[in-house]
Design a protein around this ligand. Structure first.
Ligand code: NDP
Length: 448
């Protein structure tokens, strides 16, 4: 074996890279991880964690309103964005430091510099130092994609949304996926006038049709405006600083802030991939096999930079499987079936497995069970918002192939239900389970 500086060199200390580095080190490997920004990556620094905290903060707008119906004498309340973001950033700092300490306790050397490949086993750091490693793992994540259009530089992305000095009075969000719908809910609850524009009339492609229709209906009822078949044509800054947004098929809209939420692209630039001979896919992601190995045998990649499933828990699984396989003598592959996902919109949406239409295409015969109900808290609060739970079963065997839901705490409820779908349980087995009353989750064992 040639003598390398490290057994494993990880580029990028986000969710996937940190897990891989820590586990490989626990298996006895000598590991270094280069991170040019902050340990924790997108999820911790500018994604899932701060977003979820904003979602919690935003939800108080409705909770405070509803509290009055529950007898609370709620005075007029002010919301202070600066206070919320200060606390959110403190929490982000805490978690980022915890990630750093976990790496330190596992003897992973964290190098706070940009790193790029110079060969199959060599990496050059920004300081000019060259290091060698038996195995290199790229876990550099993805960044927001901004559509090319005149004036796009006036727009922000979710990265900057956390750092806005104040809640904009009027915001236009481009895109209708996860980030667009989550931030539409957040900004709306904080009092902004929100317009969401999308190039088609489909929001949250990939989620079950009835569930996403319900989100659209509730969002519109709350006052979020949607413009469909609207493609960006440009943004002009007006004399008063406001932004005029031009789009196809609709009149221009004047707003104070434009946010792009039009997907994320893998971070493959300035990594020396060409120098090392690493191949990319047509979409510019690093091409990997089932073991996360690139076409260069000593170089691997996990997480969003590979554009498989852009979700934190998937990147973590890929990092774990890589480390167990390469350094732990435990060959492991990630099972991409039945990955639950959620949209932290107002209300939340969550789903696992096949949607109704996917199941019909794949299985032919399907049975659908639904519960369309008004959660009791909403009834007393006088909130006209209905939840919808849908179970998709194989028409032949009764096996549950998908569960989709929208309603309060849908993500919390779906996580447990996803275990049953993954385990291949049937509708009958759900029905055999006694309901836990009164809950929303009991609807899952009472579906008709
Ligand atoms: P999504 O892929 O969810 O949505 C992108 C949206 O932008 C779609 O509506 C898409 O339309 C539209 N779009 C894409 N390209 C263009 C373009 N060139 N011009 C105009 N519109 C365009 O991406 P997000 O940015 O919302 O999120 C990125 C990823 O991050 C998600 O895929 C998800 O994996 C992850 N994420 C997960 C979260 C969670 O788990 N709760 C939360 C936030 C992000 P169309 O449908 O026509 O393609």
């Amino acid at each position: 074996m040639p003598d390398f500086d490290y057994d494993l060199f990880v580029i990028g200390a986000g969710s996937g890279g940190t897990r891989a580095a820590r586990v490989a080190a626990a298996h006895g490997a000598k590991v270094a991880a280069a991170e040019e920004y902050r340990v924790g990556g997108t999820c911790v620094i500018r994604g899932c964690v701060p977003k979820k905290l904003l979602v919690y903060g935003a939800h108080f707008a409705e909770d405070l309103q509803d509290a009055k119906r529950f007898g609370w004498n709620v005075p007029d309340c002010d919301f202070d964005w600066k206070t919320l973001t200060r606390h959110v950033f403190d929490e982000v700092d805490r978690i980022s430091e915890a990630y750093g300490s976990t790496l330190a306790t596992h003897d992973v050397e964290v190098i706070r510099e940009h790193a790029e490949l110079t060969g199959a086993n060599t990496v050059r750091l920004a300081s000019g130092r060259e290091v060698t490693a038996g195995t290199i793992l790229i876990a550099t994540g993805a960044r927001p994609q901004i559509p090319e259009c005149p004036g796009h530089e006036f727009g922000i992305t979710s990265n900057e949304a956390f750092h806005l000095p104040a809640i904009p009075r009027r915001i236009l969000i481009a895109g209708a996926g996860y980030i667009a719908n989550e931030f539409a809910g957040i900004f709306h609850q904080f009092g902004a006038h929100v317009t969401l524009i999308n190039r088609t009339d489909v929001i949250l492609r990939g989620y079950d049709e009835s569930v996403r229709d319900r989100l659209l209906q509730i969002s519109m009822m709350k006052g979020i405006q949607f413009r469909f078949h609207a493609e960006f044509r440009g943004i002009e800054q007006q004399d008063d600083g406001s932004l005029k947004v031009m789009m196809t098929n609709h009149d221009p809209v004047e707003v104070d802030c434009v946010m792009f939420a039009t997907g994320r692209i893998p971070n493959t630039q300035n990594l020396g991939l060409a120098a090392a001979g690493v191949e990319l896919t047509d979409k510019g992601a690093i091409r990997v096999d089932e073991d996360s190995r690139t076409n260069v045998p000593s170089i691997y990649a996990v997480g969003d930079v590979t554009d498989r499933v852009q979700l934190t828990p998937v990147a973590i699984r890929e990092g774990q499987a890589f480390a167990d396989t390469q350094f732990g003598g435990k060959p492991t592959r990630v099972d991409y079936g039945c990955i639950p996902s959620a949209v932290f919109s107002h209300p939340q949406m969550a789903g696992v497995g096949l949607t109704e239409s996917q199941a019909k295409t794949k299985l032919g015969s399907v049975k659908i069970y639904t519960s369309d109900f008004r959660p009791m808290k909403n009834v007393l609060a006088g909130r006209n918002e209905r939840a919808l739970y849908k179970m998709v079963c194989d028409g032949e065997t009764g096996r549950i192939v998908g569960i989709h839901m929208i309603g309060p705490d849908a993500a919390e409820i779906l996580q447990a239900a996803a275990i049953a779908v993954k385990a291949g349980l049937t509708k009958d087995q759900f029905d055999e389970t006694v309901a836990l009353h009164p809950t929303m989750a009991e609807e899952l064992v009472l579906l008709k």
